[in-house]
Design a protein around this ligand. Sequence first.
Ligand SMILES: [Zn+2]
Length: 457
Amino acid sequence: MKKNITIAIILLIFSFSSYSQSITDIINEVSIDSLEFKIKEFTGEQSTIVNGNTVTIRNRQQANNDVAAAYLKQRFEGMDNISVAEQNFNSRGKNIIATQLGKTNPDDIYIVCAHYDTVADYCADDNASGTIAVLEIARILSTQCLDNTIIYALWDEEEGGPTNGLAGSRYYANQASNNGDNILGVLNIDMMGYDGNDDNKFDIDVQNIAGSVAMKNDILSVFNSYSFGNLDPITVNPGTPASDHSSFWNEGYSAVLVGESWETNDQTPFYHSSRDREATIDMPYYTELAKLVTAYMVTKGSLVSVDNTVSLSGNVLTANETAANYQWINCDTNSPISGATNQSYTPTSTGSYAVELTSGTCTEVSKCFEIDLLGVNTFSAGEINLYPNPVKTVLNIEMTASKDYTFNIYDTGGKLILKRESSVLNSTLNLKDLSKGVYFLNVETSEKSGTFKIIKE
Ligand SMILES: [Zn+2]
């Protein structure tokens, strides 16, 4: 009886232990290069393309930020699992709201947000830093199915002006409250890229409103669970109401502000001026803070356990997820490949390939893999003879030239079953112990490669 229980437990563990991305894997996706590139684009340090036009987004003041809004909308539109909308709240104010619906609890909502309007040219720290961090988090989390809903909100008219500021977030929070939206936490990022004294301190601004203090504690718990360089948090309570999180406090929602340390007077000295440029941002500090916000959001979003990684062996691509429906995709044309619906796929031409996995209500797409069949010469007809095929026991491999050959046999799941090396013209592989089915034999020399389908009877 005891033994049977042990076996049952082992089976249970195996059936639930298929690898999927961990929170650490997600954190490690945050890229300093991706952040820096997008900050430069969004502050006009370099041009970018919006709706097919080459543009320079140097100024994002309220009367002049339609192109900035279009840039943000377009970036969200390129992401999986996300729907994006413009929310117009006055004659020129425009929030960009991107929603990633939870697969399990779509009504449980977490918001990560930042304002994208400015008071001057550039304004990299205030607040391209927050805006681009939100885009980077969306870039990463949109490749994953999440149990709960995440809303990526980019506010207009946070800065003073005709509306005295916080206009976009105030409108949104009021509507959400009227709708009864179940918003469980709002993480606002406003100015997160400056660390003039290199002490790595940052502020979490909170007040005793709704569950805001518990939310701050959750962020600190995430902070203590993973590694974020030398970051050093400071809790500020009562924290400043001078940014968009306070619009949610006013509606009784839990919210915090995360950013550089005003508490230690180490905020950017270029505040609200056109000297607030990308070169004054401390990119490693900024990246670590973006990682922390990512870690908090993915923890609250809660990863659905689907593994969208792919292994490459020779030219055989294999999805690492074992329990899903598969559709391989040509990334160059963004179209499904007819009939390519197995766990493994062997491209027949040079190109870029990914797999779309569907498990229940969750659909995830892997990264694209570049497969270059041009750089490797394939064996021409008659250079290799394989027989018999189908094969029962011994497979004969006849060559026309003496080389150092490597033979790898893969199953249709892309798993390496057998590896042999040979330098003679005529080799044999004993396949007696293989179970019946289809296999792929990859033959390689230093100059050539070829993959052949073998049927074991
Ligand atoms: Zn700001």
